[in-house]
Ligand binder design. Structure first.
Ligand code: PHE
Length: 460
């Protein structure tokens, strides 16, 4: 049974694949713009704290559940809670989250592919600043561009996942992750020599309270789930392909450090570029698709750096998308016993269809008065969320924290000694950390997640 499911070829293979899952649009697209919006400094510090005291313990809990059960989430919860039980709901929630997240994630990944192609084919150098700014709006509104790239991105993701754990996911990670690190390094060297570097460094690392609010703290906490791929079983699923002897603690720490490192380097690449051409770091979601192409169009070497940057974004998105699809596929393979290739194609196609409303969220072309108006009126006019925003909001603010809470409570309160036996026996030198870890999972994680929820419903 365990043989049929597949295994990573080594712990290193797992680290690359799991880091591939963690490092994604969350690091290169989202983290820089929320850092910009929250004024840098303090926000970054709080984010680092959230990763260390909430993210890392949950990451260890997920890898532990996967590694010791050698099963994907639903089966793992069944095994450790002795038969059918409400705990299995955490597994199902994860499968649902995979559909929800990948359906809109693929749209943003499609923009990254489109911009890679644009920067290679025509380049931004010839374009006026205003035209580059307007370009993103026209891409966002164009249903065919969005659907076309969404289809292409899903097709590539499906092709990789269909090839299995070893020959598909691990192989892709072994090729894409080193390329990603090299591109990032090239961009960092370039940014470090630009005029804006000192200013950017200060912005990122010098605490400045002026823009910090309670909401910033909760945003940092929520983002720590998303960026480490936690709360929906991705790390349980990847952990289930680990050999039981592979170490849990040092592996999880390595993944968290790689993920955090990439997020910080992404800021160190983007902000100097933004500052040296005098643009605003708080430009929001358009930071990467508007400010960056404008900045590159004005800089020496921009014609080479722009394609590299968007390729980086595409690769980062791809290795994360693979893990999202794998969560759903592993469920159908393990639980429903559908052959992997069929399960992958079927799930991928359903997610593609699920993503179409998101692809149309920015546009008005297909539905006259605008599909976004329609979804807005269905899902509440008040906060004006279109389908795309709604999915992002549901997943990041509700599904992942809820799943993370369930996983923390399950491991710390329900598994008890079993968790200690499974998790810490191979890492005796780290054995003393056990009680600290359990303490965080038992008390700190639930309090933090509760705060996120109370904030989301407007109580704090
Ligand atoms: N961690 C990924 C990112 O930062 C997103 C992701 C979330 C992937 C949940 C898998 C599971 O972009």
């Amino acid at each position: 049974m365990a043989q049929e499911r597949g295994h990573w070829s080594s712990r290193f293979g797992f680290i690359l694949a799991a880091a591939g899952s963690a490092v994604g649009l969350g690091n290169i697209w989202k983290f820089p713009y929320i850092t910009g919006e929250n004024g840098g400094g303090w926000f970054v510090l709080i984010y680092l704290g959230c990763i260390a005291i909430v993210g890392l313990p949950i990451m260890m809990a997920e890898v532990l559940i996967g590694r010791s059960s050698q099963l994907s989430p639903v089966g793992a919860f069944r095994k450790f809670s002795h038969g059918g039980s409400p705990w299995m709901g955490i597994g199902w929630l994860g499968v649902l989250a995979a559909f929800v997240i990948l359906s809109y994630y693929s749209i943003v990944a499609g923009w990254a592919m489109h911009y890679t192609w644009l920067s290679v084919s025509s380049g931004f150098a010839e374009m006026e600043t205003d035209a580059i700014g307007a370009l993103f709006g026209s891409v966002y509104e164009n249903p065919w561009i969005n659907i076309g790239w969404h289809a292409a991105f899903m097709a590539i993701t499906i092709a990789i996942v269909a090839k299995g754990v070893h020959g598909g996911i691990e192989l892709a990670s072994r090729v894409l992750m080193p390329v990603l690190f090299i591109i990032l390094l090239v961009l960092l060297i370039y940014a470090a020599t630009s005029d804006g570097f000192a200013q950017a460094f200060k912005f990122i690392f010098m605490p400045d309270t002026s823009k910090l609010t309670g909401a910033s703290v909760l945003e940092a906490l929520g983002h720590s789930f998303f960026t480490l791929s936690l709360g929906m079983g991705a790390m349980i699923t990847y952990g289930s392909y680990l050999h039981k002897k592979d170490d849990l603690v040092s592996t999880s720490i390595t993944i968290a450090i790689l993920d955090t490192g990439v997020a910080l380097v992404a800021c160190l690449v983007l902000f100097p570029i933004i500052f040296s051409v005098g643009m605003d770091p708080a430009a929001g979601p358009g930071l990467v698709f508007v400010s960056i192409p404008i900045a590159f169009s004005q800089m020496a070497g921009g014609a080479i750096l722009a394609p590299l940057f968007f390729l980086l974004l595409t690769f980062a998105a791809l290795t994360s998308a693979i893990s999202l699809l794998e969560v759903a596929v592993a469920y159908f393979v393990d639980e429903i016993k559908i052959p992997r290739v069929i399960a992958t194609v079927m799930t991928g196609v359903v997610i593609f269809i699920f993503g179409i409303p998101s692809a149309l969220s920015g546009g008005t072309a297909l539905f006259g008065s605008g599909f976004s108006d329609m979804t807005q009126s269905i899902f509440g006019e008040g906060d004006g969320k279109n389908w795309f925003d709604l999915f992002d909001y549901l997943a990041s603010n509700w599904m992942l924290p809820l799943g993370g809470l369930g996983i923390a409570v399950f491991v710390a309160w329900r598994m008890g000694d079993k968790a200690r036996e499974e998790g810490f026996k191979t890492s005796n030198h780290l054995g003393k950390m056990y009680w600290g870890w359990v303490f965080l999972l038992r008390y700190i994680v639930p309090i933090g997640v509760l705060a996120v929820f109370l904030h989301a419903i407007g109580i704090i």
